[in-house]
Ligand binder design. Structure first.
Ligand code: ADP
Ligand code: ZN
Length: 634
């Protein structure tokens, strides 16, 4: 028998492995098929190759190492940067009826010793461990005395100084692996796609001829929007009013902003809580839990919140202010719609955001341990990233396309599911405005920032105008009839097209470029796309035109009939009840998407229930009958 097996052609062996993996996928996780990239990554690991998977948040990375871990002999160690992340993953696995454990500083010495004892006895095929633990003597002793078949590195970009979340302890992973008696398969996963980070992961983790797979970064179920409302809080409140019952995150740039927005929302009667690094651990933990357990609908937070939040039914991520780069933006926005249902990501931009981010860059303390040269390079990169982020807020092209191009992919120019694709634009000749703006910059000898230039051509009557003597400038008031926001759009367009540039630093000054003369002297004309007036008003007046028109949708986003929506609410209530009984977040019982699938299929038997996406045998055993009864209306 054995001989026969080893003689089997590799292809056949592979097919059998994939078949076995699919069976586990169905049995424990309740899913019928692999998502994009999963089969290849699972297959690669099972064939014993080092593997690097680069997939966007929510694509399903965990399953890529969990399935092989369950199939390989011995133990898989998963290295993960955050305690909350490990806890969540281990709970999910336990929920699916699988044995897993974590080893980190949240355990008491007694619990730690017990976990190690069970681990030695071979109870856990999967063990999550913090990178700081790896070289700890007791842990090393355990690892060297048992069979480690795979080391899976989650959030692998943490190993790179070029990533956004560099963690020096990740550099210890290699040393740990080298101290093991047999080198295990090493797999690594991240959502960060830049070539530099990818190369760093391969080099620093010393992956051996790895399979590297980058799946598409496009998240089709996410709607992207940018708005520039005059009253930012009003716009956010309006959004929440038109999305009752939905769970979502509002990201703010500073702690102060979090406090302000959160207390205003509570004052206005919304179910909101807050999270930032300035709160006591205990409060942070409690607030996070309230959100994860659906006790509070809206989380207002700084970027300290989110890594390790697997909550799958986040229906919107609003940005109350522009983040420092597109990596952060896409990661934060990507926490919406992990269950694959429609979700919305809207950025509310204000020009002050650039100044705030510039300050973060100027006073960045994270990089103090770097030498001067490296620090200068990092700074320059941060600057460039901020610039690209800012352009995102001003482009009139497809937003999704803009993001995908940033990550090195080609989009389709028109996605039909972003605020730019859904806004009607007209192409306008702005040569006269451009001439006045550039002329003004030239006439004041390139000494002033954007506000002074705009105020001058618009003819603002401010003390600053008089103080700088700009009220006597030949361009003063020459474009008094054009609204300031239009002037600003043209100025941004000129910057985007390289007709002028704005210096960096606290006192940003507008300068001319080589290209400026094309307009000033050579008679070139400039045209740009801008939103038609009526829609522009809807867009900036705090009213998201698209949302206001749309029918209220159920929490999962699918189109359900009225009857099905009632059923959905009943199933959701049952889920909440079970979650309370078991002390689990509701989405760990079943995801929104699973409940919706249940509404559509209306299963009446065990077999039918097992056909629902997300219902595996183990979960069926625990909850299946109660849900069957609920569907039957009993
Ligand atoms: P990532 O780590 O890439 O952000 P996760 O591993 O947390 O993503 O997976 C996101 C969600 O997708 C989870 O709820 C997971 O159960 C679900 N998922 C993963 N693989 C599949 C699949 N093959 N079919 C359906 N859902 C899946
Ligand atoms: Zn689009």
């Amino acid at each position: 028998m054995n001989e026969l097996q080893t003689d089997k052609p590799a292809e056949e062996k592979k097919a059998a492995e994939i078949q076995a993996a699919l069976e586990i996928l169905k049995k424990y996780f309740g899913y019928d098929r692999f998502r994009e990239g999963q089969e290849l990554l699972v297959g690669s690991i099972l064939s014993g190759k080092d593997t690097l998977g680069i997939m966007p948040t929510g694509a399903g990375k965990s399953i890529c190492y969990q399935l092989p871990a369950l199939m390989m002999p011995g133990i898989t160690l998963v290295i993960s940067p955050l305690i909350s992340l490990m806890k969540d993953q281990v709970e999910s696995l336990n929920q699916a009826g699988l044995h897993a454990a974590y080893l980190n500083s949240s355990l008491t010495p007694g619990q730690y010793a017990a976990a190690l004892r069970y681990a030695r006895a071979g109870r856990y095929p999967i063990i999550y461990v913090a990178p700081e633990r790896l070289l700890n003597e007791e842990f090393l002793d355990f690892a060297c005395g048992t069979r480690i078949s795979m080391v899976a590195v989650d959030e692998a970009h943490c190993v790179s100084q070029w990533g956004q979340d560099f963690r020096p302890s990740y550099l210890k992973i290699v040393e740990f692996i080298e101290r093991l008696p047999d080198r295990p398969v090493v797999s690594a996963f991240t959502a960060t796609a830049t070539a530099q980070v990818r190369d760093d992961i391969v080099d620093l983790l010393r992956l051996r001829e790895p399979t590297v797979l980058t799946t598409g970064f496009n998240r089709k179920n996410l709607y992207f929007g940018v708005m520039t409302p005059k009253d930012r809080y009003g716009a956010v409140r309006n959004y929440l009013e038109t999305h009752p019952g939905e769970s979502g995150i509002i990201y703010c740039l500073t702690r102060r902003q979090v406090e302000e927005v959160c207390s205003n929302l509570i004052r206005d009667g919304f179910s909101a809580t807050r999270y930032h690094a300035g709160l006591e651990d205990e409060e942070r933990r409690r607030n996070q839990e309230d959100f994860v357990y659906d006790r509070t609908l809206v989380m207002v937070a700084t970027n300290a919140f989110g890594m390790g939040i697997d909550k799958s039914n986040v229906r919107f991520v609003l940005h109350y202010g522009m983040p420092k780069n597109l990596e952060s933006y896409y990661q934060e926005a990507g926490r919406a719609g992990r269950d694959g249902g429609p979700a919305e990501c809207i950025l509310y931009y204000s020009s002050q955001d650039v100044v705030t981010n510039q300050m973060f860059i100027d006073h960045n303390r994270d990089n103090q341990e770097l030498d001067e040269l490296t620090r200068a390079i990092v700074r320059e990169q941060d600057q460039e990233r901020l610039r690209k982020m800012t352009f995102y807020c001003f482009t009139s092209d497809c937003l999704r396309d803009y993001i995908l191009r940033y990550f090195g992919e080609y989009g389709e120019n028109y996605c039909g599911n972003c605020s730019n694709c859904l806004t009607r634009f007209e192409t306008v000749d702005v040569t006269e405005i451009a001439k006045a703006l550039l002329g003004c910059v030239q006439s004041c000898r390139q000494r002033y920032g954007t506000t002074v230039i705009l105020d001058t051509v618009h003819g603002a009557k401010t003390a600053k105008m008089r103080q700088y003597r700009m009220d006597g400038n030949p361009y003063y008031g020459s474009l008094a009839k054009v609204p300031v926001y239009r002037l600003r759009q043209v100025l941004n367009h000129l910057q985007l097209q390289g007709y002028l540039w704005v210096t960096e630093g606290e006192y940003a000054v507008v300068k001319l470029t080589e290209k400026s003369r094309e307009i000033l002297q050579e008679g070139a004309s400039v045209s740009m796309k801008w939103a038609k007036e009526a829609e522009k008003n809807a867009k900036s007046g705090g009213q998201d035109g698209k949302m206001a028109k749309r029918r209220q949708r159920p929490a999962g986003g699918a189109e359900l009939s009225e009857k099905e929506e009632t059923l959905f609410e009943r199933l959701r209530a049952l889920r909440t009840e079970i979650a309370r009984e078991e002390g689990l977040p509701p989405y760990m019982v079943f995801s929104d998407k699973t409940l919706i699938h249940m509404c559509l299929l209306k299963p009446a038997t065990r077999e039918e229930m097992l056909r629902v996406n997300g219902v595996g045998e183990y979960k069926y055993g625990k909850y299946g009958e109660r849900f069957l009864r609920c569907v039957a209306g009993k």
